[in-house]
Ligand binder design. Sequence first.
Ligand SMILES: *[C@@H]1O[C@H](CO)[C@@H](O)[C@H](O)[C@H]1NC(C)=O
Ligand SMILES: *[C@@H]1O[C@H](CO)[C@@H](O)[C@H](O)[C@H]1NC(C)=O
Ligand SMILES: *[C@@H]1O[C@H](CO)[C@@H](O)[C@H](O)[C@H]1NC(C)=O
Ligand SMILES: *[C@@H]1O[C@H](CO)[C@@H](O)[C@H](O)[C@H]1NC(C)=O
Ligand SMILES: *[C@@H]1O[C@H](CO)[C@@H](O)[C@H](O)[C@H]1NC(C)=O
Ligand SMILES: *[C@@H]1O[C@H](CO)[C@@H](O)[C@H](O)[C@H]1NC(C)=O
Ligand SMILES: *[C@@H]1O[C@H](CO)[C@@H](O)[C@H](O)[C@H]1NC(C)=O
Ligand SMILES: *[C@@H]1O[C@H](CO)[C@@H](O)[C@H](O)[C@H]1NC(C)=O
Ligand SMILES: *[C@@H]1O[C@H](CO)[C@@H](O)[C@H](O)[C@H]1NC(C)=O
Ligand SMILES: *[C@@H]1O[C@H](CO)[C@@H](O)[C@H](O)[C@H]1NC(C)=O
Ligand SMILES: CC(=O)N[C@H]1CO[C@H](CO)[C@@H](O)[C@@H]1O
Length: 816
Amino acid sequence: MGCSLACLCLLGCVLYPLAQCTVPASEFRLEGDYLIGGLFEIHYEAFPTFHGRPQTMDCSSKFLILSNYRRFQLMRFAVAEINNSTSLLPNVTLGYEVFDHCTDAQSFSDVFKLLSVNNVIQPWNVPNKNVSKVVAVLGLFSSTSTLTVAPLFMSDFIPLISYGSSSSIFSEKAKFPSFLRTVHSSKKVMEVIVKILQYFKWHWVAFLYSSDDYGTDGLKLFIEKIKDTEICLAYTHSLDSSHYLSVFNQIDAQRINLIVVFAPHWHAIPLVQAAIRHNVTGKVWIAGEAWSLNKELPKEKGIKNIGTVIGVSQPVVTIPGFEDFLYSVKKGNRCESTEQQFCNQIYNCSQESADILAADPSYSFSVYSAVYSTAHALHNVLNCDFGKCDNGIPISPPVLLAQLKKSNFTLLTERVQFDENGDPRFGSYAVLFWNQTGDPENFGTCCFYPSVKIFINDSKIQWHSKEVPISQCSKDCKEGYAKRIEGIHQCCFKCEICPNGTFVNRTKDPFNCIDCEEHQWSAAGSTSCLPRTVEYVAFTDTAAVVILVGAGLLLALTLAMCVLFAINYNTPVVRSAGGPMCFLILGCLSLCSISIFFFFDKPTVAFCVLRFLPFVLFYTVCLACFVVRSFQIVSIFKIAAKFPQAHSWWMKYHGQWLVISVTFVIQAFLIIVSVSSDPPSPFRDIVSYPDKIILGCFMNLKTSSVSFVLLLLLCLLCFIFSYMGKDLPKNYNEAKAITFCLLLLILTWIIFTTASLLYQGKYIHSLNALAVLSSIYSFLLWYFLPKCYIIIFQPQKNTQKYFQGLIQDYTKTISQ
Ligand SMILES: *[C@@H]1O[C@H](CO)[C@@H](O)[C@H](O)[C@H]1NC(C)=O
Ligand SMILES: *[C@@H]1O[C@H](CO)[C@@H](O)[C@H](O)[C@H]1NC(C)=O
Ligand SMILES: *[C@@H]1O[C@H](CO)[C@@H](O)[C@H](O)[C@H]1NC(C)=O
Ligand SMILES: *[C@@H]1O[C@H](CO)[C@@H](O)[C@H](O)[C@H]1NC(C)=O
Ligand SMILES: *[C@@H]1O[C@H](CO)[C@@H](O)[C@H](O)[C@H]1NC(C)=O
Ligand SMILES: *[C@@H]1O[C@H](CO)[C@@H](O)[C@H](O)[C@H]1NC(C)=O
Ligand SMILES: *[C@@H]1O[C@H](CO)[C@@H](O)[C@H](O)[C@H]1NC(C)=O
Ligand SMILES: *[C@@H]1O[C@H](CO)[C@@H](O)[C@H](O)[C@H]1NC(C)=O
Ligand SMILES: *[C@@H]1O[C@H](CO)[C@@H](O)[C@H](O)[C@H]1NC(C)=O
Ligand SMILES: *[C@@H]1O[C@H](CO)[C@@H](O)[C@H](O)[C@H]1NC(C)=O
Ligand SMILES: CC(=O)N[C@H]1CO[C@H](CO)[C@@H](O)[C@@H]1O
């Protein structure tokens, strides 16, 4: 019986009309034309216990959070200031109705009180429905509490202005249409934290969070923000259990030096105290704004051992007049007796004003601006102008909400505005550390508008390790080394040197060695590619000049020989040398030399064609001439005697010219076919030297090989006929000279081929030109020059008689 009575009593406290709660002197209430509802977690049950039956919350017995009480006083101060003001809401008194909301999900009496009119909660569609005097509600601090009560206000579009719930979910206007806040979303805070981590190059990070909506949202956002950065989340753990030792052990085992603690202070403080107790040393702690401005923790004994604490917070704003207000309020304060209060509007006022002032000052401006936003919106709805308002008109919540969203006024130094999600479009963050004296000291700021920018001056900061601590899984690679990931984290890697021909750009992609482009090269371990030098032999090069002079001399020599031969055309030496054929050979040799001029400078298609075409074509003719010459010599002395018919046929049909012409036509045809099917083309040799590109010509050996086979065939025939005539009379023994020339020719090309196998530099093309030149010279010097010598210096040997004598000698030896 007693029990059920007690239960009824408690229930009554929740639901019963709350007449006896109106105690005028209470801090929690102020009568006014319009009321602002307030929900403050002055007391808080951080670790709820299990109840076997329904119970009302008696908040005053819970853990007192002085910083929240300070915020509550700040709201009262703001309202008093607005009431005092003659420009803002003139002749309108603003009141408030505040409740202590000390649990996340168990206390709703305060919410119902705010929603009800005359202690009745009215359905939406009642006609002439009585409008509540509560125009907007300020609250709450914790994201979880806000999440549980917000839907009740959202259904009627009653503006709910939070000064502390930063969970990102509240930006979703589809779910929270009448929610606004004067604190930045955790999204922004995470951005700041990640910027700090990046600034100090801390890449190996532990993230400890509270398992409530604030912490889990923070974790989600953190993972999202570090996705495209070099930061690795090495370890995460929620803080609801108190097995801190195992958490610290794991963090130590993974050699993590950086711990982000994203939790309300009632979770963070026990953690840090445990860290001190368990001798955790040498860490960098990143404090979210929920505990970075805590007053007691930085003064705790042994806090310096745990390392350096860095925090983010809204800048501490001194609200002018607040201190005086607090002292004046507390001086005249009589502590009301408990019986007179409505539940959860009790505060055991044993605290001194100084203690309250010294409490964590964070979120001051949030509370202050929230009250002022409401006042300004009300001001606009009531058409306040020239010192008076349309006083007394009922305010419909959606109208006020619309004005709230349009807020645009200056408060202290900030211009207060909201973005389309009801998030603040003002304010900044301060980056601070806990200094030697246990005070938070700023060393950076972070601006949000138009984009997140961080300014850090770390010269002030005193690190526990004297220099900037590092938190990395693997040491950063040296320049030119690429990271090879080991395991699942991109922060753990081996360093591998990038081989030559590749480079690594650590800012762009530290994991891959990227191949240099074709026209570039790099040594092993490079960070960029260097352009290759393009090499070719210019006309001005010494080698080119020497060879070109040689070619010029050759032409002059050929011309001189032609003239000499023409003058002595009818002498036996010239006739034995071939007579008219001499001029053909000399002509062809000079035409061959055209090729030489195209082995220099940058090759073009024309150059490549001309390098090869004149030489092959006209050298074929030369060789054909020599074949014919040596054949004729042999045939005169050997075949004519045995096969007189064949000889006369040969003479009759000008067999020699026929052979030469046919060879010429065949070679010309072969060359035309090969050039037209796949013309020789300029070619950049990028293989032979890593740092050079050699310009040359590419010749398709498949199609042009027939031409060369023909040349070889002619050489071979030449050899055969020369060999057959090796014992002929001395003056007619051109065969020996031809053989020598051929040997020289073959030797030249063997030397060239060997050289080109060993050396691929730019001078290989000069060598090629030299080989061509030498091929031409070999005939000129060893075949024609001796004849010139005889013509000029031994005219006695250049007589019919002398020749006949030799032939007679020969016939004698044969017949012997
Ligand atoms: C309100 O005005 C009175 C008298 O002008 C002054 O004493 C009081 O400090 C003011 N209160 C605030 C909060 O400004
Ligand atoms: C102030 O409001 C009251 C009623 O709320 C009204 O009687 C009084 O005339 C108003 N004073 C001015 C200056 O508007
Ligand atoms: C509004 O309040 C008055 C008394 O304050 C009451 O008589 C009336 O019934 C209420 N209207 C509604 C719709 O609840
Ligand atoms: C911490 O260190 C102190 C002395 O440095 C030692 O007395 C204490 O036992 C240590 N505590 C733990 C939990 O290791
Ligand atoms: C207020 O708190 C003090 C100690 O902090 C305690 O002794 C006192 O009983 C409390 N009073 C009430 C009414 O709870
Ligand atoms: C806010 O007010 C200022 C000054 O009154 C004005 O310049 C600015 O355009 C306003 N901004 C918006 C978004 O209305
Ligand atoms: C710590 O910071 C406070 C406030 O920023 C400053 O007044 C104090 O001089 C600093 N202490 C040291 C040792 O730098
Ligand atoms: C950083 O702060 C130091 C003093 O703490 C000051 O001397 C220095 O000029 C500052 N550097 C910048 C870039 O602001
Ligand atoms: C580049 O590396 C390859 C393979 O290791 C090696 O054969 C070559 O000599 C190197 N070139 C240079 C220029 O170091
Ligand atoms: C690396 O990449 C970045 C971004 O693309 C570029 O700005 C930088 O110049 C590159 N560094 C080198 C050495 O190529
Ligand atoms: C002008 C006016 O009404 N000022 C009142 C504002 O509210 C405070 C109480 O918080 C009163 O003391 C002022 O008289």
